[in-house]
Write a protein of this length. Structure first.
Length: 294
């Protein structure tokens, strides 16, 4: 349990005898109520009133992240988290990618998108309000360093954080992580990987707002490439479509993905770059299709 929680970037808040206390990985809380007994390797979440062994925990964790959470799913996930012969090499587009999570940003409010400035920003990107509202929220954020508030589009990730965008700001609230979106098809053979959420929403817009049938991973940062592994290894996907940027960093990310996919039996990698070349990324191509400029 201790090792698995460590791989989820969870560390004990306090230790007493052989018992470790964590902030619950199953929900948001401010006081640690998730206990691990290192002698029995069992856990108990006092806030939820549930507990059990490692498999029970993984089933509960997958359920909390809206993933399939049968015992078989849990066993596959545990195997993946235990280490793999091939790790995806992260790519850093610039030195800013290496900056740690910015905990100077504090979420003050979250609601459906209503701010006219954010709606206008989406329109200039070629994203309708209806399409945006499927995945984005309007966030009011406080910057504790500048002591100012600002509004931004928020795109949730798998660690409870948000990618933030407005016409003047691009950043992250909370932990930097990928976003996994389940497709409309149960147990699909296909998965799409996008570099950013504007690229993903651009493809959805090209499909007139219809969600993808296949599963989707949005990296949110090329530095998050390693986080893809547990979602794909041994799942049974047959084709992985990657939508990386047409630049040096995007080429490196595509190469890293190709190397990883080659370790998966019967998984074909199909880079989609030619679809939106010579444009830098999917959103730039989408905007060109709509005769839009920023």
């Amino acid at each position: 349990m201790f090792e698995i929680l460590g791989k989820l970037h969870r560390q004990p808040e306090r230790t007493r005898n052989a018992k470790l206390w964590y902030l619950s990985p199953l929900r948001a809380e401010k006081t640690a109520s998730f206990q691990v007994d290192t002698r029995t390797n069992r856990w108990h979440d006092f806030g939820e009133g549930i507990g059990g062994d490692l498999v029970d925990f993984v089933c509960a964790y997958l359920k909390s992240t809206c993933e399939e959470h049968t015992v078989s799913d849990a066993l596959r996930w545990i195997k993946n988290m235990g280490g793999t012969p091939c790790e995806i090499t992260p790519v850093y587009a610039n030195t800013n990618e290496i900056v740690k999570d910015d905990f100077g940003l504090i979420l003050k409010a979250k609601k459906n998108i209503q701010h006219l400035g954010l709606i206008h920003y989406l329109e200039k990107r070629g994203i309708s309000l209806e399409t945006a509202c499927q995945q984005l929220k309007e966030l009011r954020v406080h910057n504790s360093r500048t002591r100012k508030n600002f509004y931004a589009l928020g795109f949730a990730n798998e660690e409870g954080g948000f990618e933030l965008r407005n016409p003047f700001f691009k950043g992250c609230l909370g932990s930097k992580a990928i976003t996994f979106i389940r497709g409309r098809t149960t147990k699909p053979d296909l998965i799409h990987l996008f570099e950013g959420f504007m690229d993903y929403l651009s493809v959805i817009s090209q499909l007139n707002g219809k969600g993808l049938k296949a599963d989707t991973i949005i990296l949110n940062s090329l530095s998050c490439l390693k986080q893809v592994t547990p979602y794909i290894r041994n799942y049974g996907y047959r084709i992985a479509y990657s939508w990386m940027d047409n630049d040096k960093a995007g080429e490196q990310a595509t190469a890293s993905l190709t190397e990883f996919f080659q370790t998966e039996a019967d998984l074909k990698h199909t880079p989609m770059n030619k679809v939106y070349a010579p444009h830098k990324d999917v959103n730039a191509w989408h905007m060109h299709q709509r005769n839009l400029t920023l």
